[in-house]
Design a binder for this molecule. Structure first.
Ligand SMILES: CC/C=C\C/C=C\C/C=C\C/C=C/C(=O)SCCNC(=O)CCNC(=O)[C@H](O)C(C)(C)COP(=O)(O)OP(=O)(O)OC[C@H]1O[C@@H](n2cnc3c(N)ncnc32)[C@H](O)[C@@H]1OP(=O)(O)O
Ligand SMILES: Cc1cc2nc3c(=O)[nH]c(=O)nc-3n(C[C@H](O)[C@H](O)[C@H](O)COP(=O)(O)OP(=O)(O)OC[C@H]3O[C@@H](n4cnc5c(N)ncnc54)[C@H](O)[C@@H]3O)c2cc1C
Length: 620
């Protein structure tokens, strides 16, 4: 049988409403229709072809990227695409490019941190792409430690200007995407100094290149930082280096939504928390979580299609060999990744809602949910990108030798995706931010302050610290409440243990340094609980379509029980479940895989196949 016949055969066996499942994945019928229409538009346009890009030199790849960006912009204008459609179009073009930072960080930073006047001045030019901006925060010497940035912005009251300067080699801006070749402007982060006093890091808009001839302006040294990991991949982006030699900008080019400097040079802090200077990172982390399920679904789709077509061993009397998807080991490696794609999809939807909610609250001067939103975006960004990066590599192995070929799509996907574990906050650094939030929550438990939202479970910690799981048979693990309580008990116990152990140190800082590994693990447990609980909430919604909910329930169980199996040590050590119950969870997991593949043939497989339009350049 030909590969296509195998796929058709698997599709034929689907026992659920495929159209409805597409809508569940997309989030709504409208989102699905937009996605489908824009995907076709991109796939049918020869300018957007991508099958040759791993063979292009850096220079040609970069030219190709510029051509695509210009063409994308032309199509967006010609077709009068909405913001949502335009962003989908860029997504399907699928090549890292300076516009990602222009639309994804430069504009959101001005919106989030600029005052009304500044927004009116800069946004219209940015929306029309008359200016192109990047987000220049990281320096050669400091990326994670934002407070350690060294670039200075010193106010000169005589001229009503800031003098932007790079005092050391390590203060050179290093990494910003779009900076190396393209950006005309940058949102830079620098230490604000007025009257000899350092007020910490703030955002400033600086013009870098002439709008006439694109040459760097006086005092600006700028360039590309060179080749990055993998062929093609992220090399389409002009990540750059930038140095300032006493560059003067007007006072109103400091973003003044959070703090202000008056004409007299007086520093004024608004009533808003200073952490809002970090707001753009929160916004992008939330976007990165939404994107994780896309990258993961691409990899899983490739590996699943391959596993259906590929046959090894097991021929009887000259008959066909066994499809590799029928091997238990293949299933136990692949199906949890498929389940994770759906889990990340749903938690991403919820995070988008949380982000919209905090934005509305901030506008009404309600800052109460900011710490939780920071912890959720940081934690989910960390856990989903780490899992996705690992999953892409696992999918490569699931495709045997063929997975190592560029034409499988996996090497390029891996090379493009892995920096997500580093940019927008190194994943370990972000987990430690979550841990800090958790330790604060535990320390306030006796104070009468009731934990709410994603940490509401901590309010039941007395129960969670001593509860015992009641599972007696493998099928007991199919009850959502049983799973939820096991995850809550594990997370609560790990956090409370860390909090207790912190007391053994002379001070909190020393304790944090010594217990960092345990703290990061407690943060992972908390974040996995969030993902599990949001999947359960999704299943409690009305999900139309024959068999759709049932399939999602199977995926939920696969997701949760495979995590339980992987982290069994944590679950058992925290005392809620016994090793025997852990073994029953594993038994149930095996049954789920079998159920998926034999009693209910290829249902999960079909769910992957319907995502195939995402794969425009891969060819199993
Ligand atoms: C649409 C998207 C499209 C395109 C973009 C997507 C992909 C493109 C690809 C790449 C682009 C990449 C861009 C970048 O990488 S930009 C640079 C990103 N850099 C980082 O993420 C740096 C990570 N470091 C930090 O965030 C901070 O330095 C860190 C939080 C680790 C520490 O900061 P600081 O020293 O100031 O804080 P602490 O003393 O630890 O905490 C103080 C206090 O503030 C709270 N906090 C910290 N961060 C935030 C935040 N973002 N929001 C709200 N609150 C925050 C923290 O919890 C503490 O609170 P408390 O304990 O109550 O005092
Ligand atoms: C592809 C790509 C695109 C990027 N785009 C941009 C951009 O557009 N704009 C921009 O401003 N920046 C950008 N960056 C920079 C990025 O944000 C930083 O690289 C990132 O924040 C990590 O900082 P770092 O490089 O200083 O890592 P480091 O902090 O030096 O990390 C090195 C190691 O130290 C560990 N570590 C650091 N601090 C701690 C700690 N407190 N406790 C325990 N371990 C710690 C980390 O876990 C890591 O293992 C980009 C980076 C990449 C790779």
């Amino acid at each position: 049988m030909e590969a296509l016949d195998y796929h058709a055969e698997e599709r034929r066996k689907a026992e659920f409403d495929v159209e409805e499942m597409k809508i569940v994945w997309a989030g709504s019928r409208q989102a699905y229709e937009i996605s489908d229409r824009v995907a076709r538009l991109v796939a049918s346009d020869p300018v957007f072809r991508k099958d040759n890009r791993t063979m292009l030199s850096r220079k040609d790849l970069f030219k190709d990227t510029l051509r695509k960006a210009a063409h994308a912009w032309k199509r967006i204008i010609e077709l009068r695409l909405s913001e949502e459609e335009a962003s989908k179009l860029r997504f399907f073009v699928d090549q890292p490019v300076f516009t990602d930072l222009h639309w994804g960080m430069f504009i959101p930073a001005i919106k989030g941190q600029g005052n009304e006047e500044q927004q009116q001045k800069w946004l219209p030019m940015a929306y029309k792409m008359q200016i192109i901006g990047c987000y220049a925060q990281t320096e050669l010497g400091h990326g994670s430690n934002v407070q350690g940035l060294e670039t200075t912005a010193t106010f000169d009251p005589e001229t009503d200007e800031f003098v932007i300067h790079s005092p050391t080699l390590t203060s050179s801006k290093w990494w910003p995407g779009g900076l190396g070749k393209v950006s005309t402007h940058a949102l830079i982060y620098a230490r604000l100094i007025t009257d000899g006093q350092d007020h910490g890091v703030h955002g400033f808009i600086v013009q870098l290149r002439s709008l006439d001839d694109h040459l760097p302006l006086p005092g600006i040294t700028v360039g590309d930082i060179g080749m990055k990991f993998g062929s093609g991949a992220y090399n389409s982006m002009d990540n750059g280096v930038l140095r300032f030699d006493h560059v003067r900008i007007l006072r109103d080019q400091m973003l003044m939504g959070v703090s202000q400097v008056t004409r007299e040079g007086k520093f004024m802090q608004s009533d808003v928390p200073r952490q809002l200077v970090y707001g753009t990172m929160v916004y992008v982390r939330q976007k990165i979580v939404a994107d994780a399920s896309c990258a993961l679904s691409r990899a899983v789709c490739i590996a699943t299609r391959y596993s259906v077509v590929r046959r090894q061993f097991g021929s009887h009397n000259g008959g066909p060999e066994t499809q590799v998807i029928d091997y238990k080991t293949q299933q136990s490696r692949l199906f949890p990744l498929l389940a994770s794609a759906y889990a990340f999809r749903f938690v991403g939807e919820w995070l988008k809602w949380l982000y919209t909610d905090v934005t509305q609250r901030l506008q009404a001067s309600d800052f109460s949910t900011l710490p939780e939103v920071h912890a959720c975006t940081a934690g989910l960004k960390s856990v989903t990108t780490s899992a996705t990066a690992d999953a892409i590599e696992e999918c490569r192995k699931l495709c045997g030798g063929h997975g190592y070929l560029s034409s499988s799509g996996l090497p390029e996907l891996f090379a493009v995706y892995v920096p997500a574990c580093t940019y927008e906050g190194d994943n370990v650094v972000l987990l430690l931010q979550v841990a800090r939030f958790l330790m604060k929550t535990v320390s306030q438990l006796g104070s009468g302050k009731k934990p709410v939202g994603t940490i509401a479970y901590m309010g039941r910690s007395e129960h969670l610290l001593q509860c015992r799981c009641e599972v007696e048979r493998a099928e007991d693990w199919l009850k959502p409440n049983v799973i939820l309580e096991a995850f809550e008990a594990r997370a609560a116990r790990m956090s409370v243990t860390c909090a207790k152990n912190l007391n053994n140190f002379a001070n909190q800082e020393e304790g944090f340094a010594q217990l960092a590994t345990d703290l990061a693990e407690a943060a992972v447990a908390h974040v996995q609980l969030i993902i599990v609980s949001k999947f359960i909430e999704k299943l409690q919604q009305d999900i139309p379509g024959k068999g759709v909910k049932r399939q999602l329930e199977i995926l939920f169980n696969v997701y949760a029980l495979s995590l339980l199996h992987k982290h069994l040590g944590d679950f058992v050590a925290s005392g809620c479940i016994t090793p025997k119950q852990g073994a029953l969870a594993n038994e149930q997991l095996r049954l789920l895989y079998s159920q998926v593949h034999f009693d209910n043939p290829s249902l999960l497989l079909y769910m992957v196949l319907l995502l195939e339009r995402l794969l425009q350049s891969t060819s199993f």
